[in-house]
Design a protein around this ligand. Sequence first.
Ligand code: AMP
Ligand code: GLY
Length: 428
Amino acid sequence: MKNILVVGGGGREHAIIMKLAESKHVNKIYCTPGNGGISKYAECFNVGATDIDGVVALAKKLNPDMVVVAPDDPLVLGMVDALQSEGFMTFGPKKNAAIIEGSKVFSKELMKKYNIPTAFYEVFTESDKAIAYLKEQNTYPAVIKADGLALGKGVIIAQNEDEAVQAVHEMIDELKFGNSSARIVIEEFLTGPEVSVLAFTDGKTVVPMISSMDHKRAFDNDEGLNTGGMGTVSPNPYYTDEIAKECMENIFIPTINAMNAEGRTFEGCLYFGLMLTPKGAKVIEYNCRFGDPETQVVLPMLDADLYEIFEAIYNHTLENVDIKWHSGACACVVMASGGYPLSYPKGIEMSGLDDKGQIKNCFVYHAGTKVSEDGKFLTNGGRVIGITAKGENLESALETAYNGVSEIKFENAHYRKDIGQKALKALN
Ligand code: AMP
Ligand code: GLY
């Protein structure tokens, strides 16, 4: 039996831990830093997810059989390399492969070089050249992206020249995202339904998981600011078998091959953010990790042993693992703190959860909670919990998830009422 250390502390990590806990191989699960809900299923520690030395030291103390590095920043910083050099079995890409998310310039150049469909783009390091280019193109909306990681806030869809010029100044001249925005990508605005496809890969075999749809804006009808994701459904009805085949041939396999050809073999979960444009599926972004909150609706649908998959990826034997999916659908509704994604209070008492932080009929994946000294669940982040339910179809999954939402209360809780509505329309 195996002991596992999971690095991270959000809803995604909670979903990974719950799935690993189902494995017949898994004994004890540790998590750092974890959160209130995770602490009911895994022993949590105080080491931050980006503290490479701290996590290596913790791993040496706990001596787990595997360390799963879930968030983007430690992957991009090279936590997997550091753990492997100490002899640990890991899940997650090495630093030289995590750059596929860590640098948008890298990923755009990769796609261009290997003919992987994506939006047309140019790269800039000087604001006057970027602004001259915008004026010459004179096409809006224009999409302006910081090169590096920016907590999901590094993409500006500028509706006119003023907004575009402002975004360029903020990124390049004012370094709004630090060094992450010293270089920017300006790209063509694409239209069409968005699909998230996470894929297991060991660099030889690529196994796409069931598709999903995120809801990134804060408010109903896709209004308000971009967030980390306010809810997800799986499968994504726009992602037909025919489109899946096209993506496998034109995007997934070519990406794995391209990374190998560059000497940057990707091992882990590669996330394809796709847009189904009138001219075919195109890559909007790559992430080097499981999506959040996509994982919360994808892993409950997995009909296989997640530990076996992780081990096979490490051993490059993924082709031998039989990976199946449950039928039906899964939906996740995120309950956030009032004010998110801007400023919000923390430490607000929550009601409706049982002593494990769960409710009947749903999985409650905790994203930002903690347990008070007297054992109560308190809010501790922007996204607080994701209430997730499976159903024989999307309607029933959504109904169960929203019934769950109505049972949980905290002051100024905010959630979208229309998660899955776009998907339901596409189905009908
Ligand atoms: P990202 O952080 O790269 O996922 O981008 C955030 C969101 O911006 C995406 O989910 C899309 O909705 C939108 N977006 C990014 N790039 C483009 C593009 N080239 N055309 C249209 N929308 C885009
Ligand atoms: N849900 C989008 C992401 O994980 O980046």
